[in-house]
Ligand binder design. Sequence first.
Ligand code: PMP
Length: 394
Amino acid sequence: MLTNLKEQPKDKILGLMAMYREDPRQTKVDLGVGVYKNAEGVTPVMRAVKTAERKIVEEQITKAYTGLAGDPVYSEAMIDMLLAQSVDKARLAAVATPGGTGAIRQAFELIKTANPKARVFVSDPTWPNHVSILNHLGIEMVKYRYFDAETRGVNFDGMMEDLAEVTGDDVVLLHGCCHNPTGANLNLTQWQSVIDLINDKACLPMIDIAYQGFGDGLEEDAAATRLVASSVPELLIAASCSKNFGIYRERTGLLIAMSEKAENTAIAQGNLNHLNRQNFSFPPDHGARVVATILTDDTLKADWMAELEETRLGMLALREQLASELQRLSGSDRFGFLAQHRGMFSQLGTTPDMVEKLRVDNAIYMVGDSRMNIAGLNKNSVPILAQAIVDAGI
Ligand code: PMP
């Protein structure tokens, strides 16, 4: 039977990583994989995470299963961090999931259960896994215009025109902050217009938030999600702790379903628990426990926030250095968007041929759609990248 299987498409980023490893050039720069790296090229374990892990090792007395929804202390701490006081907590159901990906996957499954006719509107471009999970689940996907290839900002008029096609059966998927792959984000006035459209169409919004704290700050990055939560009747949120806690391999995420009325919460919670049960039963606990330990301890939380802020400011400084270096070398302001983008990524907005040229000529590795991981740079590689971009005539 297994001989019936067909080859799955290769993961482009993993292929790129392999090529990078084999490249002997000393000056090679890896802007591919979406993992934060410090100036030394290391993805560090954050200080507060180490401390929390030590505490857990010392104090944990059992590794018996948690509840199906995971540890409620984790869900509550995450809900506070994401939503603060923006909604009545009695309207929220939540489950711990294996990473943000697990939350997204189950959000889509919940949508399919609630309305098999639902289509999911996704930004063009979006994180490729959104597309492949929707395809995998056989959910119809509709792309809405998002990235303006000219300005490298959001094509807001195009986005709103395309979202005008949404019906009450549909879901609009939005990135809460730090859009992946483009780095281009809506401002709060634009978010308000999207909210008005969602309410007008009576469709279901879904927010994927995987980079809270990587853009403008922990509170600032949650502002749009809070605005949506306080303005719409129903909402799904898929959150990831992989980046902001640096616990990629621990697979730590949260799926929140906000119902219109508190009396619907128990049914929503039951459905979320059911999805966990069918997919993997109990969610992984270690990462969730680390996050809960940090968020419920004032000292640890302050230390985590300080390190997250250093991380964010480091990426911002690299953006500014790159934009100004490009300004100097090209004598033009056309790369100013790099300093305006937020989060770990920026889409340079060039062709796959140019991306390939940068790899062949300069050992600069970025994804074919010209997404660059800004955290893959350091002070010394910024001038190398800027020179290569200008030399290539981008
Ligand atoms: N959403 C987006 C937009 C992402 O970029 C990522 C990570 N690359 C995720 C969700 C999920 O991350 P994870 O499953 O590692 O928590």
